[in-house]
Design a protein around this ligand. Structure first.
Ligand SMILES: Cc1cc2nc3c(=O)[nH]c(=O)nc-3n(C[C@H](O)[C@H](O)[C@H](O)COP(=O)(O)OP(=O)(O)OC[C@H]3O[C@@H](n4cnc5c(N)ncnc54)[C@H](O)[C@@H]3O)c2cc1C
Length: 307
């Protein structure tokens, strides 16, 4: 029986595990290693106290800090969770089970990649490693003074909004819409005003060297070359376990809604943290929400023990 089982070993789950392990709580982090920082070789410039840290190094350092304090880790995928405050059971995909008094869900979000000749995996070579970016809040300054293409995979208006917002960083901005989604008259007018050309077409091939993307080849054979590329695509919270527990889903439809800024939820004994919550996706925010949830969990368990 653990005091807390944390599902998700990204910055939110690890920050929470750090606090709980430091307070000598039996804590287990279960992670299936699909979070962005496991693969992010590019440098992060906005993590306080850690200038120019690589995502993957940050992830490793946080994990070893937790392990030194006695926190446990397991590589597994949790497929079910049930029970109630004081006795929850989590179930892994191979049928293994873990029991715990409290649960913290820090399962993050899934990001959609553009498809290349129908296959989204071709982007893995460049995402988080080179010049193919996804998160304006995190990465917009990376395109400063570079010719940039925003690739719209979902709503054309959403992608236009991203191109307009990013145009203040880029030397030259273009928008590529890869589906049939229509642009509203307002967005089209604003793009024209800012001199942002709109291209349309499906991506047939990526041209690049190592992790650097040089150009997109479209279905009609034309090439769209640029120094940087930004993807506009949906980010969808991994809410499956939250839904199984009956946690309220946020108005975005894609995140778990905490009851308060402390990360507690409508289900007693369950907290949420990090990108799973409806807020901007940032390492510092994930760490902060993981930390506050852990402090609250520790206080909660202390109050229970006091009777
Ligand atoms: C390309 C890229 C670059 C970025 N650059 C920056 C940057 O420069 N600065 C910055 O501040 N932020 C950056 N971010 C954002 C930052 O990485 C996220 O905000 C942060 O990782 C969120 O942390 P988290 O712990 O909430 O979730 P995640 O890091 O996504 O971790 C969640 C973990 O939960 C695991 N998981 C989910 N469901 C299950 C399950 N059922 N069973 C087991 N495990 C499960 C996943 O495998 C994953 O490892 C970037 C993001 C991307 C995609």
């Amino acid at each position: 029986m653990y005091d807390t089982v944390i599902v998700g070993g990204g910055p939110a789950g690890l920050a929470a595990a750090l606090h709980l392990a430091w307070h000598d709580r039996p804590v287990l982090v279960i992670d299936r290693r699909t979070g962005p920082l496991f693969f992010t070789l590019e440098k992060l410039y906005n993590v306080p106290g850690l200038p120019s840290v690589r995502g993957i190094d940050l992830q490793r350092q946080m994990r070893s800090q937790v392990e030194e304090l006695g926190g446990e880790f397991l590589r597994a995928s949790v497929v079910d969770v049930h029970g109630q405050e004081g006795d929850f059971t989590l179930v892994g995909e191979d049928g293994e089970t873990w029991r715990t008094r409290t649960v913290l869900l820090a399962t993050g979000v899934a990001r959609y990649h553009p498809t290349v000749d129908g296959d989204y995996r071709q982007c893995f070579k460049y995402a988080g490693k080179g010049n193919l970016y996804y998160c304006p809040d995190c990465e917009a300054p990376m395109i400063k003074d570079l010719s940039t293409v925003v690739i719209g995979t979902d709503s054309a208006d959403g992608a236009a909004g991203m191109a307009i917002g990013l145009s203040r960083y880029a030397a030259q901005m273009r928008l590529l819409v890869t589906n049939d989604s229509a642009l509203s008259a307002e967005r089209a007018a604003r793009l024209e005003q800012l001199d942002i050309p709109v291209l349309r077409g499906k991506i047939a091939k990526l041209v690049g060297r190592r992790s650097h993307l040089d150009a997109l080849v479209l279905g009609d054979g034309s090439q769209v070359a640029a120094e940087a590329f930004f993807v506009s695509s949906p980010t969808v919270g991994r809410t499956d376990l939250a839904e199984r527990l009956g946690i309220e889903i946020a108005a975005t439809g894609h995140h778990a809604q905490p009851k308060s800024q402390r990360g507690d939820t409508n289900v007693q004994g369950v907290w949420v943290a990090g990108d799973l919550r409806p807020m901007t996706q940032q390492v510092s925010v994930a760490v902060g929400t993981g930390n506050i949830a852990a402090v609250m969990i520790d206080q909660h368990l202390r109050r229970q023990q006091a009777g």
